[in-house]
Design a protein around this ligand. Structure first.
Ligand SMILES: C[S@@+](CC[C@H](N)C(=O)[O-])C[C@H]1O[C@@H](n2cnc3c(N)ncnc32)[C@H](O)[C@@H]1O
Ligand SMILES: [Zn+2]
Length: 278
C-alpha cells in the first residue's frame, strides 16, 4: 500500500518496460540500473512504449478522434458522468493512495481526480492524446504505454478507472492493492442510440450483459442516463468523430449532420465499481 505526500518532485514510481527495474528521473531522462533510458518529453510525459510493443506506427486513437473528443468533452456534455465518478471516489476512495486512469486519452477524467494528497497517473497508447494531457495537466503523471504491460509495481494503486477503454483484467488486478477499487464505464443500452439510428438501418442497443471482470468483486452498479441537446452541428460532428461508428458514416450523412441546427441524443453510461477482495 502506498502513502504519498502528493508532491510531484518526489520520485515517480515507474518501472522499466524492458527489464522491470525501477526507473529514476535524472536530468529529464528516466533510467534503470540496466541503462535503459527514456527521455522526458518537453510536455512532461514519458514514452514507455518500446518499439517491440508497438503493433502499428501510430497506435491508439488517431489525431482526428483525439481532437474531436477533446472539443466535445470541453463543452461539458459528459459532466453528469464526471459528477457520478467523483461522487464514487469521494465515498469509497482513499485519497492518500495512488490513482490510475487506464487508457486516459487527453486526461479529461484523470485530472479531475487529483487531490492534494494523491499521486495521479494516466497511461495511453496514443502519443497525441498523452501529449495534450501532459501539456494541460501538469499536476498528474502521464506516460505513453500499453495497458497490457503496465510500468507499475504490484499493488501500487488504490483506485483505477477505465472509461471506454480496453479492460485488461489481469494487469489491472496486479497493480491494484488489496481492498483497492476499479471503476469501469461502458455504454449502457441506449447510449447514442439516436445517432446510431442515422447510421445503421437497424441500430442495435448496446449489450450490457457482459460482465468482463471475474477476479474482482462487483460492489456497486449504476446507470447515468440523460438527454444531450445539440444546437451546434460542430458538437454533433465531434461526437460522431469520437465514436467507432464514424468509419461507417457516409459523406452524405456528414453533410446532413452539418445542416442540423438541433439534435437530441441519449447519453447512457453504465458505471461498475469493483473491489479487490481476498
Ligand atoms: C474511447 S478512448 C477513451 C479515452 C478516455 N478514457 C476518455 O474517455 O476520454 C479509448 C482510449 O484507449 C486507448 N487505448 C486503446 N488500446 C490501448 C492499449 N492497449 N493500451 C493503452 N491505451 C489504449 C486509446 O488510445 C484511447 O485513448
Ligand atoms: Zn531496464
Amino acid at each position: 500500500m502506498n502513502n504519498f505526500s502528493g508532491n510531484k518532485t518526489d520520485s515517480v514510481h515507474y518501472l522499466c518496460p524492458l527489464c522491470r527495474q525501477t526507473l529514476s528521473l535524472v536530468d529529464k531522462s528516466y533510467a534503470c540500473i540496466n541503462k535503459h533510458s527514456f527521455d522526458q518529453a518537453k510536455e512532461g510525459y514519458v514514452n514507455l512504449l518500446p518499439v517491440q510493443h508497438k503493433h502499428s506506427k501510430d497506435p491508439g486513437d488517431n489525431k482526428t478522434m483525439v481532437n474531436a473528443r477533446r472539443s466535445f468533452l470541453d463543452n461539458g456534455f459528459y459532466q453528469p458522468l464526471i459528477a457520478a465518478l467523483l461522487s464514487l471516489y469521494q465515498k469509497y476512495g482513499d485519497h492518500n493512495q495512488a490513482f490510475f486512469d487506464a487508457g486516459c486519452g487527453e486526461g479529461y477524467y484523470t485530472h479531475q481526480h487529483k487531490k492534494s494528497s494523491n499521486y495521479v497517473y494516466g497511461v495511453d497508447i496514443a502519443k497525441n492524446a498523452v501529449r495534450i494531457a501532459a501539456k494541460r495537466y501538469k499536476e498528474c503523471f502521464f506516460s505513453v504505454g500499453t495497458l497490457a504491460q503496465l510500468p507499475f509495481e504490484n499493488d501500487f494503486f488504490g483506485w483505477i478507472i477505465s472509461i471506454y477503454a480496453p479492460i485488461l483484467e489481469q494487469e489491472f488486478s496486479r497493480v491494484l492493492n488489496d481492498n483497492g477499487y476499479l471503476v469501469t464505464v461502458t455504454p449502457a443500452e441506449n447510449h447514442l442510440y439516436e445517432l446510431k439510428q442515422l447510421i445503421y438501418r437497424d441500430a442495435k442497443q448496446h449489450d450490457t450483459n457482459k460482465t468482463p471482470i471475474k477476479s474482482l468483486t462487483l460492489i456497486n452498479e449504476q446507470r447515468v442516463s440523460y438527454s444531450m441537446n445539440f444546437n451546434k452541428s460542430d458538437d454533433l460532428i465531434n461526437l460522431l468523430a469520437m465514436t467507432p461508428f464514424a468509419f461507417k458514416a457516409s459523406e452524405a450523412l456528414i453533410e446532413n449532420l452539418k445542416a442540423k441546427n438541433s439534435f437530441s441524443c441519449q447519453a447512457d453510461f453504465l458505471i461498475r465499481l469493483y473491489q479487490k477482495q481476498e
